[in-house]
Design a protein around this ligand. Structure first.
Ligand code: NDP
Length: 454
C-alpha cells in the first residue's frame, strides 16, 4: 500500500497490508489478551492512558509532521488536533472512574442490588482519516480504559498516524495484544466485519457506515456510527457584527480544508443582511493563503484524497448549470498536489448537489432567506442530522430555531465545535449512538445486575 503526500503527490512510504490470515491472528491474540487486561485495576489502566497523554505532548513535533505529510492539513492544525486529542484524553482520565465504578442501587435490606460495568470484549475501531487523533481517541481511549481489547483499523490515508498511535500506546504500557493496528484498505475492514467481535465502532461515510450496520446486524452486538453531515449555518438579521460572523462561518467552512464531519456545509442568510454578509465572506475568503501545508502562513492545504477533487468539481459545475454564480474560486489549484481553490457560490437552491450532498472541501454555497421560517425549512431539508448553527443577538429567537433541528448538536453563535463533556452523536444518516461525555465512557461497557441475598 502506497502512502502518498497529498501536497506533493510523492510516495512517502510503502506499507504491507495485513492479509486475512494476519488479521485473524491479531484477533486471536486480542482474545487471549483481553481478559488479563480487564483484570488490571481500573486506576492502572488509567495510568497507562496518562502516560500516553504525556507522550503525545513530548513527541508532538514529529507526530504533527507525520500527520501533515499524509493528510495534508496545515501544520498548525495538526498541532491543534494533537492538543484537542489531549484535552479529550484528559476528560476520560478525570471522569472514567466515576462512570465505570460499581453502582449500588440498594445497599441495605434483604436483597442488595448493584450494577457492575464489564467490558464488551474485543472491539473494532474502524476510523476515518480527517482527524485520526480526534476521532480515534473518542473510541480507543474509553474502550481501553473500560477493559476492552481494540483492533484499530485506521483509514488507509492515515496509516502512518495509526502506527504512531500504536507505538506510543505500547510505550505507555498497553499490552501488545490489547491494541493492534490493522493495516489495509476497505478489504481489511471487511475482514473485521466477518469476525465474531463484541462491538463495532465506526467513523466514516454514510455509505460505509450503513454497509457496516447491515453486515453486523445479525451479531446482535453494539454498533456505533459517527457519519457525515451537510451542516447548515443560519445568520439572522440582528447579528451585531456581520464581518465577525462572516469570518466565523468561513472558518467553520474551510478549517481542515473543509474536511470536518461538522464543517459548515451550507449557509443561509436573512435577506436584509445578505449583501454585506456575502461581501464580507468573499473578502476574507480571498485572503486565505492556499499552499504548502508545512508553511506556517498556509491556511488551506491540499485535500487528503485525490478523488475528492472530482466530487467538488462536479458539485460546482452542477450548481453553475442550474443558475448559481461562482464569486470566488471554483477549480483545482496548482499543477501538483490535490489543491482546490476556496470557493464561494451564491444564487444557490436545493436542486443543486452543492446544497444537499456532503462536499468535504473548501467549497460553500450561500443562500438568501426571507425569514426564520424559511431558514428552518431549508436547514431541515436534508437526510443528515449532525449539527446546525444559528447566529443571532437574540437567544430566544435562536433557541426557537435550534429546538426544531433534528440534529445531535446545535450551536448558538459558534459552529464546527466538539466538546469532550458533551455527547457527540448524529441523527438520521449522520449516525447511531454517541461518543464523548459520560455516555461515551459507558458505550464501551455492559451492565451486569447483581441481586445479592445473605
Ligand atoms: P469511509 O467510509 O470511506 O472510510 C471509513 C473507514 O472504513 C476507513 O477506515 C475505510 O478503510 C473503512 N472501510 C471502507 N470499506 C469498508 C468495508 N467494506 N468494511 C469495513 N471497513 C471499511 O470514510 P472516510 O475515511 O472517507 O471519512 C470521511 C467521512 O467520515 C465523511 O463523510 C465525514 O463526514 C465522516 N466523519 C464523521 C465524523 C463524525 O464524528 N460524525 C468524524 C469524522 C469523519 P479505507 O479508508 O482504508 O478504505
Amino acid at each position: 500500500m502506497q502512502i502518498i503526500n497529498p501536497a506533493t503527490e510523492e510516495v512517502i512510504r510503502e506499507i504491507a497490508e495485513d492479509s486475512q490470515e494476519i488479521i485473524i491472528k491479531k484477533y486471536q491474540a486480542a482474545l487471549d489478551g483481553q481478559p488479563a487486561w480487564a483484570a488490571v485495576p481500573l486506576h492502572q489502566r488509567i495510568a497507562c492512558i496518562s502516560k500516553f497523554y504525556q507522550l503525545l505532548e513530548e513527541e508532538k513535533k514529529e507526530l504533527a509532521e507525520i500527520l501533515t505529510s499524509e493528510v495534508g492539513k496545515p501544520l498548525q492544525q495538526s498541532y491543534n488536533e494533537l492538543n484537542g486529542a489531549r484535552n479529550r484524553i484528559e476528560f476520560f482520565i478525570k471522569n472514567a472512574a466515576k462512570w465505570l465504578g460499581d453502582e449500588w442501587i440498594e445497599e441495605e435490606g434483604a436483597t442488595r442490588e448493584k450494577i457492575v460495568y464489564e467490558p464488551l470484549g474485543v472491539i473494532a475501531n474502524i476510523s476515518a482519516w480527517n482527524y485520526p487523533y480526534l476521532v480515534g481517541v473518542n473510541v480507543f481511549i474509553p474502550a481501553l480504559i473500560g477493559g476492552n481489547a481494540v483492533l484499530y483499523k485506521p483509514s488507509e490515508y492515515a496509516t502512518l498516524t495509526g502506527l504512531q498511535i500504536q507505538r506510543l500506546l505500547y510505550r505507555s504500557g498497553i499490552p501488545e495484544n490489547v491494541f493492534q493496528v490493522i493495516t489495509g484498505k476497505g478489504a481489511a475492514g471487511q475482514t473485521l466485519l466477518e469476525l465474531p467481535l463484541n462491538g463495532y465502532f465506526f467513523t466514516g461515510s454514510y455509505r460505509t457506515g450503513k454497509y457496516i450496520a447491515e453486515h453486523t446486524a445479525g451479531k446482535l452486538v453494539p454498533v456505533q456510527l459517527e457519519l457525515g453531515g451537510k451542516d447548515p449555518l443560519y445568520v439572522m438579521d440582528d447579528v451585531e457584527d456581520i464581518r465577525v460572523v462572516a469570518g466565523a462561518a468561513l472558518e467553520g467552512a474551510v478549517y481542515n480544508n473543509g474536511q470536518s464531519c461538522c464543517a459548515v456545509e451550507r449557509i443561509y442568510v436573512q435577506e436584509k443582511i445578505y449583501e454585506p454578509f456575502v461581501q464580507a465572506f468573499v473578502e476574507q475568503a480571498r485572503k486565505m493563503p492556499v499552499g504548502d501545508p508545512l508553511d506556517a502562513k498556509t491556511e488551506i492545504g491540499p485535500l487528503s484524497r485525490k478523488e475528492q477533487l472530482k466530487t467538488l468539481m462536479e458539485q460546482v459545475t452542477d450548481a453553475k448549470l442550474k443558475g448559481a454564480e461562482i464569486l470566488l474560486g471554483g477549480k483545482q489549484a496548482g499543477a501538483k498536489g490535490y489543491f482546490f481553490e476556496p470557493t464561494v457560490v451564491v444564487n444557490t437552491n436545493h436542486n443543486m448537489k452543492l446544497m444537499t450532498e456532503e462536499s468535504f472541501g473548501p467549497v460553500i454555497g450561500i443562500q438568501k432567506v426571507k425569514d426564520d421560517q424559511e431558514a428552518v425549512q431549508l436547514m431541515k431539508d436534508t437526510p443528515y442530522g449532525l449539527t446546525a448553527a444559528v447566529y443571532s443577538k437574540n437567544f430566544d429567537r435562536a433557541e426557537a430555531v435550534m429546538k426544531q433541528m433534528d440534529t445531535g448538536t446545535v450551536y448558538w453563535n459558534c459552529c464546527d465545535r466538539v466538546s469532550a463533556g458533551l455527547p457527540w452523536s448524529g441523527r438520521k444518516n449522520s449516525g447511531l449512538g454517541a461518543t464523548l461525555s459520560y455516555q461515551g465512557i459507558r458505550a464501551f461497557v455492559q451492565p451486569k445486575a447483581y441481586h445479592l441475598r445473605g
